[in-house]
Design a protein around this ligand. Structure first.
Ligand code: NAG
Ligand code: NAG
Ligand code: NAG
Ligand code: NAG
Ligand code: NAG
Ligand code: NAG
Length: 286
């Protein structure tokens, strides 16, 4: 995983960015990039603490701090403010970014998010599922295009190629609430917008390397509005992000109205039984 600054490492959960860097400017960055992973403990390398499970289904209204209990949701970077119908993730000046992470994990399941993306070149809104061994499932909104959302997925932090991303039409993603739902099972992964399935990937697909690049380990939900178009980023990242952030146009605000999360397992916690990262190795503690 390649991030250009610690600040971005702390704020972003996007492998898309890593991919662009890998694809477009790895050589140029070799001297300056801080290679970072976004996991505190990678279970493919060593024994890690078990992951607390959600183990149920729950909907969080994001309009009040009281619904975002800090034992359940952790504001890792930045701060959010509340309106009467949403939480606002705002970047108002240089070096600011926001990241809200669930403390819980789901082991396959559904994430339904109601989002209005932030606008502005270089600004990326995201709702991501990410596991301790860097499996990842993304929704990403690039601030320069308010009629599109991107889908992406990664297995075990493998960012050697950039060929898994998808782009999907969605009208007025900055001013209208839409229902972005990820359906994630052991055999298939689906992205739904307002009740329409816009993309499906099977575990056995070539694109998922016959399962090797298929997300399949317990994952957290991460919600972020972050600046991708920074001078310190690679050219590829800046282009993907729709240019450099123009801070004279700040603030840039992403709004999240609510999130429904369903865990397909009902356990108390999840742990890795070996170093394979295969779903069959995950132990569910009841
Ligand atoms: C929670 O967020 C704080 C910063 O507000 C950070 O220091 C801490 O590492 C985060 N905890 C987890 C479990 O991510
Ligand atoms: C949050 O939304 C709920 C349901 O729509 C509503 O009943 C409640 O009054 C709202 N809370 C605030 C602080 O606006
Ligand atoms: C932003 O962060 C970079 C890297 O840490 C630092 O060099 C720069 O001074 C910061 N800019 C501001 C305005 O804080
Ligand atoms: C990473 O993904 C690429 C592209 O799909 C694949 O060629 C490569 O074998 C993968 N690496 C591992 C370690 O699975
Ligand atoms: C959001 O979309 C998902 C997937 O189509 C659907 O199951 C869910 O019922 C939708 N939510 C609402 C509130 O309509
Ligand atoms: C979902 O499908 C319906 C029926 O085809 C269509 O009218 C609607 O525009 C679609 N919504 C999106 C967001 O694509």
């Amino acid at each position: 995983m390649f991030y250009t600054t610690r600040n971005i490492a702390a704020s972003s959960s996007s492998s898309t960015m890593k991919n662009f860097i890998a694809a477009a400017a790895l050589a140029a960055l070799a001297g300056s990039a801080t290679a970072q992973t976004f996991t505190k403990c990678n279970p493919l390398e060593k024994d890690c603490p078990a992951d607390p499970a959600l183990g149920t289904e729950h909907t969080w209204g994001f309009n009040s701090s009281s619904t975002l209990d800090s034992t359940i949701w952790n504001m890792s970077t930045g701060a959010i403010t509340y309106t009467n119908d949403a939480a606002q993730f705002t970047i108002s000046k240089v070096n600011e970014s926001t990241l809200l992470e669930s403390n819980f994990y789901i082991f396959f399941g559904v994430v339904e998010s109601w989002v209005k993306m932030a606008t502005g070149g270089g600004i990326v809104s995201s709702v991501v599922l990410e596991s301790d061994d860097l499996d990842e499932i993304d929704w990403e909104w690039v601030g320069s295009n308010t009629n599109e959302v991107q889908s992406n997925f990664f297995g075990k932090g493998n960012t050697t190629t950039y060929d898994r991303g998808g782009t999907h039409h969605v009208p007025n993603a900055d001013t209208e609430w839409h229902n972005y739902t990820t359906y994630w099972a052991s055999d298939r992964l689906e992205w739904w917008i307002d009740g329409n399935m816009t993309r499906r990937v099977y575990y056995t697909d070539k694109l998922a390397l016959g399962g090797k690049n298929y997300p399949q380990t317990p994952s957290k939900v991460k919600i972020s509005n972050w600046p991708a178009g920074l001078e310190s980023a690679s050219q590829g990242t800046i282009e993907w992000a729709g240019g450099l952030v123009d801070y004279s146009k700040a603030p840039f605000t992403m709004s999240v109205q609510r999130i429904r999360v369903q865990d397909f397992h009902t356990g108390k916690e999840y742990s890795y039984g070996d170093r394979t990262g295969d779903f069959s190795s995950i132990k569910v503690v009841e």
